[in-house]
Design a protein around this ligand. Structure first.
Ligand code: 9D3
Length: 235
């Protein structure tokens, strides 16, 4: 998968994509990530990327031109119908569809070229949506200062789902959420840490009973903090 990130804060991304699974996936050429400064695609004397909203109101709006120029440069066209196959242009926005594991899986499976537009200010000129954007995505119901942290979250969720991105020791199939439940509790050495002991069952060697215990704990935890996950429609 190739991922192109459009932002007015390219520095925001420099280090986050250079650690752990993402770093390894880049080195193995499982994913290629490029970050572009939208200002480089702005024209005019001041190369501004934003302006005041028509109709009035607070805040600023991203101008369409730098975003159109960047997409044209990256994809060779600004016509959705002429995008290369398996291309998605995603706008990270509070108005988007909320990211869930199923959407991450869909993108990981279906997309070869992913362009991420990070919004800022009060939003992006609607013509960007009308013409360029194939998907609007939010990462949840809380207010961020911009789309950049959301883009990082999306990239992380996607890259670990790409074939061979995880080491053979781990598997995305074992992840919390893939069975619709939260994870069970984990313990490691020492058996007695400051008088806090490890549940006996985990030391028993009885793998069938351990399995049962873990499933029960996962269910209890999910019931307690994420009742919504137990309703199938929300999976
Ligand atoms: C507080 C301002 N809001 C009402 C006028 C609008 C608003 C605009 C832009 C709120 C947040 C933002 C910046 N956020 C994002 O661009 C964003 C986001 C988010 O805030 N939450 C969850 N997912 C995302 S994806 C992009």
């Amino acid at each position: 998968m190739k991922i192109e990130v459009l932002t007015i804060f390219p520095e925001f991304f420099r280090e986050v994509f250079d650690f752990g699974i993402i770093r390894r996936a880049r080195r193995a050429e499982i994913v290629g990530i490029n970050v572009y400064d939208l200002r480089d695609f702005a024209t005019g004397k001041h190369r501004t990327t934003d302006d005041r909203p028509f109709g009035g109101g607070d805040g600023m709006v991203f101008k369409p031109e730098p975003i159109f120029n960047a997409v044209e440069k990256i994809l060779g066209t600004t016509e959705r119908e002429k995008y290369p196959p398996r291309t998605r242009v995603v706008l990270l926005t509070p108005q988007g569809k909320v990211l869930k594991q199923a959407l991450a899986k869909e993108l990981a499976d279906e997309v070869e070229n992913l362009v991420l537009i990070c919004g800022r200010y009060e939003g992006v000129d609607e013509r960007v949506n009308e013409v360029l954007v194939t998907d609007e995505i939010s990462i949840g119901d809380y207010v961020l200062s911009g789309g950049e942290p959301a883009a990082i979250v999306l990239v992380d969720a996607l890259v670990r789902l790409l074939p061979n991105a995880l080491g053979s020791e781990t598997s995305a199939a074992n992840d919390s959420f893939s069975n619709g439940l939260l994870d069970f509790p984990h313990y490691t050495q020492p058996r007695d840490f400051r008088g806090l002991t490890v549940p006996e069952i985990l030391l028993s060697g009885n793998h069938a009973e351990i399995e049962k215990w873990r499933r029960q704990k996962a269910l209890e935890k999910t019931q307690k903090v994420r009742q919504d996950l137990l309703n199938k429609e929300n999976g």
